[in-house]
Design a protein around this ligand. Structure first.
Ligand SMILES: C[S@@+](CC[C@H](N)C(=O)[O-])C[C@H]1O[C@@H](n2cnc3c(N)ncnc32)[C@H](O)[C@@H]1O
Length: 236
């Protein structure tokens, strides 16, 4: 029994790794959530059990503890158990919590990295998050911190040239207000909705105006001069 924690990539079903596909081909059971493209399940044998464990902003179909328990139970019954997660399993994916639970229960596991939306979504558009002479550093931060924490770890005073915010739409007004304490309101912002998917939408704005836009999830925000560079390149 091995549990494979696999990154499914940012959306487009072809953006999964070859290693992930090889493991999916021999899976006995697959746990998946809403960010993993359903088409990826075509790599799984017909005989394999497919278990949806949900998880979407504001809609927690199963709690993290319930998911951990389910994976542990199936790991005791099957040879190859796959836990498929959108993007990379360790980038705001709670993959670390799942492997800790497996370790506590002496269950063997392997982690297969995935293309994270934080980098893969802008890259697929041709928007570089770093660029010589424009941005030499990037910070990836959550826009929706665990509300049960005693103290916030997100202070918005990040000094990286580019900020990439995941799960940032629900609190966009509050967050951009905080960021403007450290960055100019005219700083360029790009929002990418449903990146790498057929219904992808790209919005260009500024820190002071972006919260007035109509944005659907999942979406990421990219903040910094790379956005202006991108606009210059593509309007050339
Ligand atoms: C719970 S986090 C999981 C991130 C994932 N582990 C990763 O590496 O991409 C979910 C957030 O990722 C971002 N996201 C995931 N897929 C996306 C996509 N196709 N387009 C835009 N943003 C996406 C959104 O900010 C969304 O709220």
């Amino acid at each position: 029994m091995v549990v494979y924690l696999i990154g499914a990539g940012p959306g487009d079903a072809d953006l999964i790794t070859l290693k992930a596909v090889k493991i999916l081909n021999k899976a006995d059971v697959v746990f998946y959530d809403y960010l993993a493209n359903d088409e990826i399940l075509n790599h799984v044998p017909d005989s394999a059990e497919r278990i949806y464990v949900g998880k979407k902003a504001g809609e927690h179909y199963k709690t993290q503890n319930q998911i951990n328990d389910l994976i542990i139970t199936q790991a005791r019954n099957y040879e190859n158990v796959v836990r498929l997660k959108g993007g990379d399993p360790f980038v705001f994916g709670r993959g670390g919590e799942e492997i800790l639970a497996l370790m506590e229960n002496n269950i063997e596991f392997e982690v297969v990295p995935g293309v994270t939306s934080a980098i893969g979504v802008p890259t697929s558009l041709g928007l570089p998050v770093t660029h010589r002479a424009v941005a030499t550093s990037v910070t990836i931060v959550t826009g929706h911190e665990d509300p049960t924490k005693d103290e916030s770890q997100v202070h918005w005073d990040y000094t990286a040239d580019t900020l990439v915010i995941l799960m940032g739409i629900g609190n966009i007004r509050e967050n951009t207000h905080e960021i403007m304490k450290y960055r100019d309101g005219s700083t360029p912002v790009c929002v990418i909705e449903n990146g790498t998917l057929p219904d992808e939408k790209v919005i260009f704005s500024t820190l002071e105006n972006i919260s007035n836009e109509d944005i659907n999830t999942p979406a990421i925000l990219i903040i910094g001069d790379v956005v202006e560079l991108y606009e210059d390149i593509y309007n050339y």
